[in-house]
Write a protein that binds this ligand. Sequence first.
Ligand SMILES: O=C(O)CCC(=O)C(=O)O
Ligand SMILES: [Fe+2]
Length: 312
Amino acid sequence: MGSQMAETLNWNRNTPWVDSPFFTELLAAAELDEPSRALVRGFAENGYVIVDTGLPEATLDAVVRDLEGKYHPGTAAYADHTRIQDAWSLSAAVKQVATWPKILETLSLLYRRRPIPFQTLNFRVGSQQRTHSDTIHFHCFPARFMCGVWLALEDVGADNGPLRYYPGSHKLPIFDLHDLGVTASRQKGLYEHYVEYEDFIEALIAARQLKPVEIDVRRGQALFWAANLLHGGSPIRDPSRTRHTQATHYYFDGCSYYTPLASDLALGRIEPRAVFDITDGRRVEPVYNGVPLSRLSLRVRSLLARVDKLLP
Ligand SMILES: O=C(O)CCC(=O)C(=O)O
Ligand SMILES: [Fe+2]
């Protein structure tokens, strides 16, 4: 590799390579077999890929069985009659899906950093959730190092409320509440202005004439979607159908993590997110440009103490 190319690889280290303006050069320089190259290129262009996970039938069945009768408030961090958040703490099978090697390897290929599964959402039926980008819910510095993986535990198609997504929409700017003139950190609760965000996204889709795709996936397949890809849950056409699926969200190593619905970046009001790695249950140390934030803040504190001593 020429030194020019080596520099190019270095310049943009704080953008996932799939989102980098140097992506063409980076891909040309990468040593990958043809299927991996095609996968990465597809993800960069469309913001999603569908992958056969090879998860055993027994695991897929165990997820559904373990969570039977648990779709009601009180069973986990959050649960209602359609979804359970963080069921990985209740079910070894849910955790096995979140930490499945084929999924982790694919994420490492797409992001070139170690993936950290940090949240699971299990669905019994279609969510019918309005369209959004997950960057409004959880994001990080550097930006875009987050990825959703949506696994079909049964076949999902037009009838049972499939996931709907907008190919290429990950290339749009990342929008947060400040873009709508809302001061996030002054909200009464995270969701006070959320409907305005949803209306905004709907208007954006109409104005840009973005065309949705409804996911049609077989049991055992997973959709990987980029942090900023617009997506939501389609209407359930056949109310008698279940839609057993698991969405796992991943952060990556070497980042710091925050909650955009509670943050105003320009005011320095950043609501940090405590991230726990589902793999080992350990708290992930936030990092800024390679330096653990705990050490950085210590250094800043000692610097301020020195400055203080100089003041009259
Ligand atoms: O499964 C769905 O219908 C929506 C899931 C979703 O938006 C998410 O997991 O981020
Ligand atoms: Fe989402």
